[in-house]
Design a protein around this ligand. Structure first.
Ligand code: FES
Length: 179
């Protein structure tokens, strides 16, 4: 692959951030409905991000700009909300996201062994997506189930007291049938 030199990358980035990706009809309608629940449209930011992610699988810079325009905010303000919530993805992810808790209880109870087993099984590093687009692995802070450590979210399902073999089994299921 031809390496992108720094100046090209910067220019590409600047162009990309100027692009607005208009909300589609569903997104526009759903966000408008959410806005009615709050005194200020800005309060609907997280719901707007979730609506776009549900439609697109992730939230691009262009969609950030469209949400900002709709909610009368700056793109940076919307982006700061998006990056605060670790379930909003700012890059494309696989069909199933495995979020592996790396906070203290899970770390003590075997996080490193789980991460090693999973990255070897899927042949990707943390933060990457399998070549077939089926699974992304992300480290994540505490999932609120420390007494069941080690814990991961596999898609929308929380898995408790994981072992390397039970986690690999879940990852294989996710590759066969998205969770
Ligand atoms: S530390 Fe992992 S769920 Fe709390």
């Amino acid at each position: 692959m031809t390496p992108i030199i720094a100046t090209d990358a910067a220019a590409h980035c600047a162009d990309w951030r100027l692009q607005i990706e208009p909300l589609n009809e569903y997104e526009e309608t759903a966000i408008a409905a959410e806005i009615t629940h709050y005194p200020q449209p800005q309060a609907a930011t997280i719901e707007a991000l979730k609506i776009v992610q549900q439609q697109q699988g992730w939230v691009s810079d262009g969609k950030i700009k469209a949400i900002a325009q709709r909610l009368h905010m700056s793109p940076d303000e919307v982006d700061s909300v998006a990056t605060f919530y670790n379930k909003i993805y700012r890059q494309p992810v696989g069909t199933t996201v495995i979020s592996l808790c790396d906070s203290v209880s899970c770390w003590i109870m075997g996080y490193q062994g789980l991460a090693q087993a999973l990255t070897q099984e899927l042949n990707i590093a943390l933060g990457e997506t399998t070549a077939d687009g089926a699974v992304t692995i992300l480290p994540t802070p505490c999932l609120g189930a420390c007494d069941h450590a080690p814990v991961a979210m596999v898609g929308d399902q929380r898995a408790h007291k994981l072992t390397p073999s039970s986690l690999i089994e879940l990852a294989r299921l996710a590759q066969e049938q998205p969770l």
